[in-house]
Write a protein that binds this ligand. Structure first.
Ligand SMILES: *Cc1c(COP(=O)(O)O)cnc(C)c1O
Length: 354
């Protein structure tokens, strides 16, 4: 009964819910320090909390074209609403883009180590992943990507800043990829932390799509809202094919209130960036983990002494969650999301006992 390519599909590797991990560690869930999902440690804007409590519209279906939110995002991004698509997280937009472009057997270029959703959604759509590994400094290999492009290549995914390595891809590199004519998706999930974007290239390059999300900077991971900046011609097809009510009323209210509270949220982003530097220095001085510089709200760290998996498990027993990836080039590393100052202190203390 099931399509062949789906019978062998590997599930997306995520992490267990905090309650499960808390039970395993034998501590209350509220005491667990979560530094494994790049979430905002301060949560969402208080305006979001208030507006969600007061809204009286939950029995009404949301606007299928999310007109209000796209208009507000036009104000925020500087692009007209016809350039903007919103989704149930940027993950939904990744899936939509691949359903839009892939015939079975078509190819998608992926640059590991990177975010795992691109191979996952490519697999769901019956496409084939072509991996073009990043270089020793985790920069993309433009020449290798260009020579990997063939007549079955439909999409190239570039994450900037990259998750989990934290480095940016230069505009020059993106321009070179755009010259191939293949659709280039630049995932800017951490844009608000990095402050650098290639979105201004969208009007002159119809084969560029920029993806962003409210999950990280706005603390809305649990409500699922992301957006894309893309050519109005492609966007029109996206709007015809997407599920009509993909962004809930709650998600639209939360995104609206986050944008309305931008000054306050910028203050929190600044606090996270300052804490990233303190965490970086603290880890360097301690000498157990060696962090590499990052433009996101996380640090990828090489384990100087010991095994990454053991340190991850040791921290977990002490109620601190960090991310370990059982994949090539990351097995000796941990990704640590930037938390509040007290989370940094607890992490450094726990590391010294691991
Ligand atoms: C977290 C993350 C996303 C997921 O964003 P959602 O809007 O929560 O779906 C997308 N891309 C990258 C690179 C991420 O790290």
């Amino acid at each position: 009964m099931i399509r062949r390519h789906l019978t062998e599909l590997k599930p997306y590797e995520s992490v267990d819910p905090v309650e499960v991990l808390a039970e395993r560690a034998g501590i209350p869930a509220e005491q667990v320090i979560r530094l494994d999902m790049n979430e905002n440690p301060y949560g969402c804007s208080p305006r979001v909390q208030r507006a969600l409590g007061e809204a009286g519209s939950y029995h009404i279906y949301p606007d299928p074209s999310s007109r209000e939110l796209r208009r507000l995002l036009a104000g925020y991004t500087g692009f007209d609403p016809e350039y903007i698509a919103v989704g149930s997280g940027s993950d939904e937009l990744i899936d939509l883009i691949l359903r839009l472009t892939l015939e079975p057997g078509d190819r998608v270029i992926n640059c590991p180590p990177t975010f795992g959703m691109y191979p996952f959604s490519t697999g769901v759509c019956g496409g084939e992943i072509v991996n073009v590994p990043r270089g020793p400094d985790y920069s993309i290999d433009v020449a290798a990507i260009k020579s990997a492009v063939d007549r079955r290549t439909r999409v190239v995914f570039i994450t900037s800043p990259n998750n989990p390595t934290g480095n940016l891809t230069s505009e020059g590199d993106i321009l070179q990829l755009l010259e191939t004519g293949v659709l280039v998706v630049v995932d800017e999930a951490y844009y608000e932390f990095a402050g650098v974007s290639v979105a201004h290239l969208v009007p002159s390059h119809a084969n560029l799509i920029v993806l962003r999300t409210f999950s990280k900077w706005a603390g809305l991971a649990g409500l699922r809202v992301g957006y894309g900046i893309l050519s109005p011609q492609i966007n029109e097809v996206v709007h015809r094919m997407k599920l009509p009510y993909n962004v809930t009323i709650a998600a639209q209210i939360a995104a609206r209130e986050s944008l309305a509270d931008m000054d306050y949220m910028q203050g929190r982003i600044k606090a996270i960036l300052a804490e990233r530097e303190r965490l970086f220095q603290g880890l360097k001085v301690q000498g157990i983990l060696d962090p590499i510089p990052s433009k996101g709200n996380f640090l990828l760290c090489r384990v100087v002494n010991g095994e990454a998996l053991e340190i991850k498990q040791g921290l977990e027993k002490r109620g601190i969650l960090v991310r370990y990836y059982d994949v090539h080039r990351l097995r000796d590393k941990l990704r640590i999301s930037v938390g509040k100052p007290e989370h940094t202190d607890a992490l450094l203390l726990a590391l010294s006992h691991c």
